[in-house]
Design a protein around this ligand. Structure first.
Ligand code: HEM
Length: 499
């Protein structure tokens, strides 16, 4: 267990650490406010699909756009912030000024997006499928412009933040090969140890940097199109660029969150969690294949060369399975016969690992071409990514926040998961089960409601499942508000969080 006042040789000093603590508290409080608001948008959509409320199509799609972009952006931002906090307070000096700039740029981007969607009714979906936003859009041009600029601001913030972390790590641990843990692949033990979080940060943030640059290129083309309507770009190329960005962003959000599980779990199990040859192989495979897994989003684009579709299936398997397998094995090794006190953090981490695996298996099923023919664009797709985000990443975040809000070891040992936590878990799985059932019944995704579906039975099943889902969302919302209130009070009241 680290002592409250320790510093790290050639790492951050105490003054720096205090600043990073403040910054992390600000990130956390922002998350505690933003996340429930985004859930409310999801609840409204499910209620509309269940015909419990009635909204205009344009309203539904602007809410879906804000919810999708907002959730993906919020979870990535907090995942990045928590990873940076753990790195900055334990291993490597990171700039507080830069971290603060990233925070304000992210807030500016979110405010811009909210304005574009809620006031300007921008409703192109997170995927902004070119050239559709420019053809007969039901929203004004300024909102497309504002959404595009806001996304550019977010991308710039994440790009700068990611570059900073990778450069700082490479300065301390050596270049690319050291950060990728290749020293562990030789016959001899490496001369110095590499913390697992450094490897995972590298494996995640370098593809992230490529993804943010790609998004910038895409968004600049969008701005050009906005100012010069006679321009015309290759729609398949733009779809490739956008899905490379979107898929990579969500993927690395999970990995960044997993990074802090490697750091914090040992503090509760009392067992070390170090790198070894197998873990290094696993994460290196992820690094290689993560860049190509997004091809599974283009299975139905028949103009895409067939070879890329096959590569997409193989890369989907290869990027997901090795890292998941080594991490889950690691979690089992942490808890098996360990004298562990099942306080909130290890519980949330273990359940989060479970959600990650369940969603991951559903994703791998969907990325199998033969099955994707049936499940493509059904609610099975939101089912799987909501599983590893809501029942995976969000639980990892809760585990981290419980940790952050309990400054002393004694407090951490007494922080039990209360009724709110369990309401959240039950509500989340109930909500997710309705997505899976709807997917298995071929209910399409991204339908504002199912009233216009040709088959009366599909309309009824879709609406009924949406109603049940909405009831579960109310349950999880009540639960998470209870959890968040407790965390909020402790974060604001406490003086010194753990390092
Ligand atoms: C309880 C929480 C949540 C609720 C109630 C909810 C609800 C919904 C609903 C109803 C849709 C539209 C699905 C469709 O008909 O196609 C949707 C879409 C979406 N959600 Fe959530 N969601 C929740 C949490 C999350 C989380 C944690 C993420 C994190 C990334 C997320 C990301 C998205 C995205 C990206 C879309 C857009 C999907 C698309 O483009 O088709 N949601 N959500």
């Amino acid at each position: 267990m680290r002592s409250e006042n320790s510093t790290i040789a050639d790492g951050p000093g105490l003054a720096d650490i205090q600043q990073h603590k403040k910054l992390m508290t600000v990130w956390s409080v922002t998350f505690l406010i933003l996340f429930p608001l985004l859930i409310v948008l999801g609840l409204l959509m499910r209620a509309n699909q269940g015909e419990v409320v009635k909204m205009e199509y344009s309203t539904f799609y602007s809410l879906m756009t804000l919810h999708g972009l907002g959730m993906a952006g919020t979870l990535f931002s907090i995942a990045y912030a928590a990873l940076s906090y753990l790195i900055a307070t334990r291993y490597v000096k990171l700039s507080v000024a830069l971290g603060t700039t990233v925070y304000f740029l992210v807030v500016a981007g979110v405010v811009g997006l909210a304005g574009a969607c809620l006031i300007g009714k921008f409703g192109a979906g997170w995927y902004l499928l070119y050239p559709l936003p420019f053809i007969g859009a039901s929203w004004p041009q300024w909102s497309t412009g504002l959404a595009t600029v806001s996304l550019l601001v977010l991308g710039a913030a994440w790009l700068v933040g990611s570059l900073h972390v990778v450069l700082a790590l490479s300065k301390k641990y050596g270049g690319f090969s050291r950060l990728m843990g290749w020293a562990y692949l030789g016959r001899q033990e490496p001369e110095s140890e590499l913390p697992p979080i450094a490897l995972i940060a590298t494996v995640s943030l370098i593809p992230g940097i490529l993804a943010f640059l790609t998004a910038a290129a895409f968004l600049i083309l969008f701005l050009l199109q906005l100012f010069e309507p006679s321009l015309s770009f290759n729609a398949l190329l733009l779809k490739n660029l956008l899905f490379f960005f979107g898929h990579t962003l969500v993927n690395i959000t999970i990995y960044l969150a997993v990074g802090w599980v490697y750091v914090l779990f040992p503090e509760f199990s009392g067992r070390e969690w170090k790198l070894n040859r197998v873990t290094v192989y696993g994460w290196n495979a992820t690094f290689l294949f993560i860049l190509f897994a997004y091809f599974h989003h283009l299975y139905m684009d028949f103009a895409q060369p067939l070879s890329l579709q096959y590569i997409g299936q193989i890369a989907s398997y290869m990027s997901a399975i090795p890292a998941t397998a080594v991490t889950i094995f690691g979690i089992i090794a942490q808890v098996y016969h360990a004298e562990i006190r099942w306080t909130a953090t290890p519980l949330a981490f273990t359940l989060g690992g479970m959600g990650w695996v369940i969603g991951g298996v559903a994703a791998v099923v969907d990325s199998t071409i033969a099955i994707n023919k049936a499940l493509h664009n059904t609610l099975w797709v939101p089912a799987h990514f909501h599983t590893y985000m809501l029942a995976g990443v969000v639980l990892f975040i809760l585990g981290f926040l419980y940790y952050l809000a309990s400054p002393q070891e004694s407090a951490r040992e007494n922080t039990r998961a209360g009724a709110g936590f369990w309401l959240f878990v039950i509500g989340a799985y109930g909500f997710l089960a309705m997505f899976y059932l709807a997917g298995a019944n071929s209910i399409p995704r991204r339908f504002a409601d199912y009233a216009t579906m040709g088959l009366a039975s599909s309309h009824q099943i879709g609406a009924l499942l949406a109603q049940i889902a909405a009831a579960f969302v109310v349950l999880l919302l009540v639960g998470i508000l209870g959890v968040f209130w407790g965390l909020f009070v402790r974060l604001i009241a406490r003086r010194t969080p753990p390092l």
